[in-house]
Design a binder for this molecule. Structure first.
Ligand SMILES: [Zn+2]
Length: 188
């Protein structure tokens, strides 16, 4: 069902329909708007001492733009192109301190059962749909989850506060982030 004044991100339409109208979607969301993604982030941050928990992690931005069209002259193969950038609060698996992890996804996707269209040199990947209709919010969420590293770490060693790796400390390292992600991938 389509909301009358809703966000097109939440629309459920077929990819053909999005493409036929040349739909462009501006994304200006927050991590907290994506339930599964927020659950993963929350589980990851759960490893932190309460006083280190970033209070505003749900407010971190998810921004970008998507555009739909057809990649073939016959207007038979709907496609989506765009970019999504998110800032995710994560726990560094090396120093166990919170940090802000930028996650950027470039999307060049086409829809439809014809796998061969996604091979070739056109640079598009086939996005499998489990139903006729597509909700771009769900697609973005799944793409961001897939783009998150299994083991998030500070890229800059200087920011990575190396702790005394005592045996006690080692035993405490939990990685719900990686476990939850692999669980979700299996479910899908
Ligand atoms: Zn670190």
């Amino acid at each position: 069902m389509r909301a009358a004044m809703g966000n097109p991100l939440q629309d459920r339409r077929t990819p053909q329909d999005f493409a036929a109208s040349g739909q462009v979607i501006e994304i200006s969301e927050k991590i907290g708007n994506f339930q599964k993604l927020a659950e993963i982030v929350e589980a990851d941050l759960g490893a932190l001492e309460p006083d280190k928990l970033p209070r505003d992690w749900r407010e971190s931005p998810v921004a970008g733009q998507l555009g739909f069209g057809f990649i073939d002259a016959q207007r038979g193969i709907p496609a989506l192109e765009g970019q999504v950038v998110a800032t995710i609060n994560a726990v560094c698996q090396r120093c166990l301190e919170p940090f802000r992890l930028p996650v950027e996804v470039e999307l060049r996707l086409l829809f439809g059962g014809d796998q061969s269209a996604g091979d070739g040199d056109n640079g598009y990947e086939v996005w499998e749909l489990h139903e006729d209709e597509l909700c771009t919010a769900d697609l973005i969420e799944e793409a961001l989850i897939m783009a998150m590293p299994l083991s998030a770490m500070h890229e800059d060693n200087a920011q990575c506060v190396t702790k005394d790796k005592s045996e006690e400390g080692q035993g405490k390292i939990v990685r719900p982030f990686a476990n939850l992600k692999s669980q979700m991938v299996e479910e899908n």
